[in-house]
Write a protein that binds this ligand. Structure first.
Ligand SMILES: [Fe+2]
Ligand SMILES: [Fe+2]
Length: 245
């Protein structure tokens, strides 16, 4: 594990609409960010460092609105996907949230986080996964859940779904797919399948008011996009003035 250095992109954490000092302080945040990048770098554009930083910014945005513990949120957001490579290499057999929580325990102990902080952060990481059985129980876990899911929908979600499809060698589109007859990590695991199986349901899973608000508008955009994709590939279902644009 390389140590954090001056090249750590700490500035990106306070870019965009979220300004100010990192809740854990610059030094500790830089250490966590370096660890996070080290583990997530290989995941590319889909679950790589950019995703982690977007989730971090969104989590802090929602956290501020809800008076949540920003220190817990910050650490949990930075570490939430560090187990991802284990899930990818096992083609989905290992749950990255469970694995990431286990790895994070060691990291947090090493950085001398208090037992109370460790437990709170670990719970957020364990419970952030959409398909996991662990339910987010604390305010911070609910916020991380929403921030992570928000980054999988809207324009970002579409981009990430295509990146993931590319990683597993999937097709561009598979209209009329019967999702029950297709498998994850197969050539039929397209962005459209991901939309049908998961992304279209996310807006109804949000746990915070701001999460719900942002999810509704991102969902609307995805519907427009996939209709348009289908139309460009297959043409309009009916040639009427209403759907000819
Ligand atoms: Fe995740
Ligand atoms: Fe994530």
């Amino acid at each position: 594990m390389s140590s954090p250095n001056a090249d750590t992109p700490l500035a990106s954490l306070s870019s965009g609409p979220l300004q100010g000092e990192p809740p854990l302080g610059r030094e500790l945040t830089a250490k966590l960010l370096a660890i996070s990048h080290e583990y997530c770098q290989a995941e590319g554009g889909c679950h790589g460092p950019d995703h982690t930083e977007r989730v971090h910014n969104l989590a802090l945005h929602i956290g501020r609105l809800m008076n949540a513990r920003l220190d817990i949120l910050s650490a949990a957001a930075l570490l939430h996907d560090i187990g991802r490579s284990h899930e990818m290499l096992s083609r989905g057999k290992i749950c990255h949230a469970t694995k990431g929580a286990e790895m994070s325990r060691t990291i947090l102990k090493g950085l001398e986080f208090s037992q109370e902080m460790q437990d709170a952060i670990i719970h957020c990481i364990e419970a952030h996964r959409y398909r996991n059985k662990k339910i987010p129980e604390t305010l911070e876990a609910k916020i991380l859940f929403d921030a992570d899911k928000l980054d999988s929908i809207g324009a970002i979600g579409i981009g990430r779904a295509f990146l993931f499809a590319g990683q597993v060698g999937a097709r561009l589109h598979n209209r009329g797919v019967d999702v029950k007859k297709t498998r994850s990590y197969s050539t039929e695991d397209t962005a459209y399948r991901e939309f049908l199986v998961k992304l279209c349901k996310i807006k109804d899973k949000m746990l915070t008011p701001e999460g719900k608000r942002l999810a509704a508008e991102r969902h609307e955009f995805m519907e427009v996009f996939f209709k348009r994709l289908d139309k460009e590939i297959h043409g309009s279902p009916r040639n009427t003035p209403d759907n000819s644009q």
